[in-house]
Unconditional design. Structure first.
Length: 319
């Protein structure tokens, strides 16, 4: 079984055409498949269009979230409700071509855990393409996972890679990276990229900077997520060393040079001493929070309003 997951937000002009293009590809599939549309709180009638499609075809499933939670939460909802051994997320704006799905699956069955799409010939504007290339270069250098196109939504995953993987915030861009850090094998293939057919792009200039900040955050978390005291402790030892150093300078001036004048070194000594103590206490507090987090119940970052063509649904209004 192959699960194709399509989160969407205000794509009323694209849903019907995307469905027709998917049918042209999926009609040639030998294996079973399901297509899961996830409405991330659309307000333009996209849900009604998708619901009519789902009611006419049992292989098309639909999830409606109560509000706009973001692409990551919508993707998580689709993954949790899917049953396929291969999971393929894609955008609903028709810039991804459904005909590339076959190539992704074929490459995945060569033994890879993840096959990522590479939009080599992008149909976006010059500024957006340039910023994307800069971001991809930085992400590859920081993370160690060398991909030409980290931001492409069209990818193929083996389902087992999502076991124990929690999605939150805007982490959907870094799913291959998280899987890679867990020892997965990842490759990429060139895919077709189209210009947007209808609707307004959700991309803006700030998104590139957010991606880079997210990359730094997740790189930090991957190394110190379960051992935060290593970071705070390191700053604590550094502050402690500077505190001892400034104390020695103050003692030398008072005991050897007999100088009792107040100097900035006295204030630096007090500052570094307090900072050292605070860093160690923050490290211990972070360790306590980590323990509490791992002992607490799993919570989902979304709420479902309605589903279509799911035999069983367990709706939990938790955040």
């Amino acid at each position: 079984m192959i699960s194709i997951i399509i989160p969407f937000y205000n794509e009323v002009g694209n849903i019907e055409l995307l469905y027709r293009r998917l049918q042209e590809t999926l009609n040639f599939f030998d294996e079973g498949y399901e297509v899961i549309f996830v409405d991330d709180g659309s307000k333009d009638g996209s849900f009604e269009v998708a619901k009519n499609i789902a009611l006419s075809n049992n292989a098309i499933k639909l999830i409606q979230l109560r509000r706009n939670y973001g692409q990551t939460a919508a993707l998580q909802a689709g993954i949790e409700k899917s049953i396929g051994e291969i999971i393929i997320p894609m955008d609903a704006d028709l810039q991804n071509d459904p005909s590339d799905i076959q190539a992704l699956i074929k490459k995945l069955r060569e033994g890879f855990d993840v096959v990522s799409g590479w939009r080599k010939d992008r149909k976006d504007g010059f500024v957006r393409t340039l910023l994307s290339r800069v971001a991809n270069c930085l992400i590859s250098r920081i993370s160690g996972l060398n991909l030409h196109d980290h931001g492409c939504s069209l990818k193929a995953y083996r389902r087992e890679n999502f076991e124990g993987l929690r999605l939150y915030g805007e982490i959907h861009r870094f799913i291959p990276l998280l899987i890679y850090w867990n020892g997965a094998s990842i490759t990429e293939i060139i895919i077709t990229h189209h210009g947007r057919h209808s609707g307004k792009s959700k991309y803006n200039l700030m998104r590139t900077f957010k991606v880079i900040l997210d990359m730094i955050t997740h790189n930090f978390l991957s190394n110190y997520y379960t051992k935060p005291n290593y970071v705070f402790g390191a700053f604590g030892f550094l502050s402690g060393f500077l505190s001892i150093l400034t104390f020695c300078i103050v003692s030398y001036r008072v005991l050897i040079l007999k100088s009792l004048e107040a100097t900035p070194m006295v204030f630096l000594w007090i500052l570094f001493s307090i900072a050292s103590m605070l860093f160690f206490l923050m490290g211990l507090l972070a360790e306590m929070l980590t323990r509490i987090y791992f002992d607490s119940e799993e919570r989902k970052p979304y709420r479902i309003r309605e589903t279509v063509n799911f035999d069983q649904m367990e709706e939990k209004d938790t955040i």
